[in-house]
Ligand binder design. Structure first.
Ligand SMILES: Nc1ncnc2c1ncn2[C@@H]1O[C@H](COP(=O)(O)OP(=O)(O)OP(=O)(O)O)[C@@H](O)[C@H]1O
Ligand SMILES: [Mg+2]
Length: 391
């Protein structure tokens, strides 16, 4: 083509400047079309150019989206604010979370997921649409082809189906679910396909997922509805009983994150909080110590430890030996509670490691699965069966 083009240019130049312009214009357009065709060819099909695959961690506390080839591109609290009178969604994510406990009667702040299960289907779809819109931005031609979604390991078939439906309703063509502990193990880059025990404990907002994974499958697992949210509730109840003070969830979470710990720490900590005096009904301040927060959450932490013990006890002996050798991997926001890893190591006698960036571990795992869909299809296509251990 190039030789032909040069000849055309020389020939047209000899005779007429208008023909020369026409020929050079033709060449310019030809080159652009040729380059676009090459890009599409390299991407196998023009549709592939506009369709994207995503991983989703649809969490009780936070929802994250992983765009294949890019990484995590959306991360927002799973919260929506709705006007009761009109039914309009006023805010979603971070903006809605700021409204918790501060709204007038006609505005409801809802958390559409409870214990990792969809409790408000429409709001879950709104939340997903909002996050996917963030991914799309101002681009016109964009669609989502496949999505891998992390779900708790003990969901019923109906509950899993409703997660799939919510994701498809939000604009994704095909949805696969992956059990959260498996996604967490992939996100932590554990060797899940090897014949050895990978023990993962994901302490989220609504559930603590505990699983022993070997050869690409879950051997023993348990999903416990005691996690970050329950610790917040424990703190609210403790402050009400001990200080006669009513506080909201944001204050309880602040206490947990800033001065809460699973074991006594070297440094004594305290925090000034504000709430409503239960006796007078008026605003009141109080200074809360780390010992108070620890006393509030001790029972729930004990339940988590006991359930982890049960899962270890139910594991086959060879795998129990592997757990002792390889240790336990902790992830989820709850693993950031100060001293949580030390408490588990002490109570279980097993080395415990908090994975890097524990809040994004499941989302990164769904990303690994979506980017290697063929390799991990056997994990995603597993028959829908609850694997909760009945004791
Ligand atoms: N530094 C911290 N210390 C203690 N708890 C924390 C800390 N940071 C976050 N959390 C808690 O972690 C929880 C959120 O964790 P995460 O985002 O993993 O949950 P989720 O995936 O949305 O929930 P789930 O997996 O149960 O559906 C919240 O309860 C939050 O209070
Ligand atoms: Mg989670």
């Amino acid at each position: 083509m190039n030789q032909f083009a040069i000849r055309l240019l020389v020939y047209s130049h000899k005779f007429d400047i208008r023909r020369f312009r026409f020929a050079s214009g033709f060449l310019f357009v030809y080159n652009i079309a040729n380059n676009i065709a090459k890009v599409f060819y390299a991407m196998k099909s023009p549709i592939a150019f506009f369709s994207k695959n995503i991983g989703i961690d649809l969490g009780t506390a936070n929802t994250l989206i992983y765009l294949a080839g890019r990484g995590i591109i959306a991360n927002e609290p799973s919260v929506a604010a709705v006007n009761n009178k009109t039914g309009h969604v006023l805010a979603i994510g971070e903006e809605a979370k700021k409204m918790i406990g501060r709204t007038p009667a006609h505005i409801n702040v809802v958390r559409p997921l409870v214990g990792g299960v969809i409790s408000d289907f429409d709001m879950t779809q709104e939340l997903l649409r909002h996050l996917l819109k963030k991914v799309v931005g101002s681009k016109v031609f964009y669609n989502f082809k496949h999505a891998v979604i992390g779900v708790p390991s003990n969901l019923t078939e109906v509950e899993r189906k409703s997660v799939e439906d919510a994701v498809i309703g939000a604009g994704v063509s095909k949805a696969y679910v992956i059990e959260e502990p498996l996604a967490a193990a992939l996100g932590a880059r554990l060797p899940i396909d090897e014949p050895t025990a990978n023990m993962i404990v994901d302490i989220g907002g609504g559930t603590t997922e505990i699983a022993v994974i070997s050869m690409g499958g879950t051997v023993t697992a348990k999903s416990l509805k005691i996690a970050g949210d329950k610790l917040n509730d424990d703190i609210i109840r403790f402050i009400r009983d001990e200080f006669r003070l009513a506080i909201g969830e944001p204050t309880a979470e602040e206490l947990k994150i800033s001065i809460g710990s699973a074991i006594p720490m070297d440094q004594k900590m305290e925090l000034m909080i504000r709430g409503r005096d239960l006796a007078t009904g008026l605003p009141k301040e109080a200074v809360v110590k780390d010992t108070h927060v620890r006393a509030a959450i001790v029972k729930s932490l004990k339940s988590i430890v006991e359930t982890i013990k049960e899962v270890v006890e139910l594991s086959p002996p060879e795998l129990a030996g592997d757990i002792l050798r390889r240790g336990i991997y902790l992830c989820g926001g709850g693993s950031l509670l100060k001293g949580m890893d030390v408490l588990l190591a002490r109570e279980l006698g097993v080395n415990t490691t908090v994975v890097d960036d524990p809040l994004t571990c499941v989302a990164r795992g769904t990303g690994v699965a979506i980017e290697n869909l063929e390799k991990y299809k056997h994990i995603l296509d597993n028959p829908l069966r609850p694997r909760d251990i009945k004791i």
